[in-house]
Design a protein around this ligand. Sequence first.
Ligand code: BTN
Length: 346
Amino acid sequence: MTPDARILLALRGTDRALAVSELAERVELTPGELAVRIDGLVVAGYGVELVPHIGYRLTATPDRIIADDLIARLARLALESEASGAAPGAMIGREILVFQETSSTNDVATRMAREGAGEGLTIFAEQQTAGRGRLGRRWASAAHEGLWFSIVLRPSQVGLEAGDWSRLTTWAAVGVARALEAALPGVRAAIKWPNDLYLNGRKAVGILIESVADTATGGFAVVGIGVNVNQMEFPTELADRATSLRLNQGQQGKLGSEPLDRQAVAVLLLRHLDALYSQIGSDFATIVAEAERRSVLVGRWVEIQTGCGVLRGEAMGLQPDGSLRIRGEDGVITSISGGEVSVAKW
Ligand code: BTN
């Protein structure tokens, strides 16, 4: 952990001001070195108050994604869960990099995975110039409004056979759904199969998983997640379909009044995804059951674009592998493993 992450971890652990000598000792710096680092944090936008004769207190955090801060917040959660007997988060987000601007975090993560990056490396960007979605679509990634990030996974290292990597789709959707509900108490996060997340009937999160097979290294997957957090409006072409967490937060009549702390949302996402990843091999049935409960398609008449034309039918549920079970108009049951599904209009 860097000195800044250690300082933020210590300052976030208490509401009281920490004596300079106590803080310096905890973060293993001299008081002079500590003062220099604190000045740097203030320049980065943190509010750090030096209360005379008492010590340092954290009073404000900038609305920026900062790797040291995410690491500190994850470490704080791990300490709290150890204290409460819960298993500490271990893998996803154990290394975090933040870019101010990049083409696509999936591109950066893929490049780093090819160069040997380990499981759990997570790449955030404040802005993507070529963010992409499923089926070759563009993904709008406005600066400082959302969370645009990609996680490197090596599923064979957790014992997932190549044939089971499609589980990542269901895992990511359920993990993100849990995190959204933790961020927005009282709001239900629904899944539009395979892994779009909807809040009150509009899309708030998209997930793009890209994998590379390689028998020598076991291959890797990059899980790219785009979360609309603080947008108050969207480009015209998305305006009637997209939403943000902010637009769903708060009491009726006051929706969207306050921006969310994007780093707090990021930590919830990483923590929930991490906790669920440990079940992906051993207890996938529970993850599928939750995805089915959260599904906006199950029980509805749907249309699916397939390679052989449009399939129409009733979405019956999810198969044990997470694929979608459809009973066609002719009564024949088919399992769909991917594609674009829409609720039928007839
Ligand atoms: C979709 O709904 O079609 C998937 C959207 C995925 C967007 C995220 S943002 C972070 C990562 N980088 C990308 O270029 N795409 C994913």
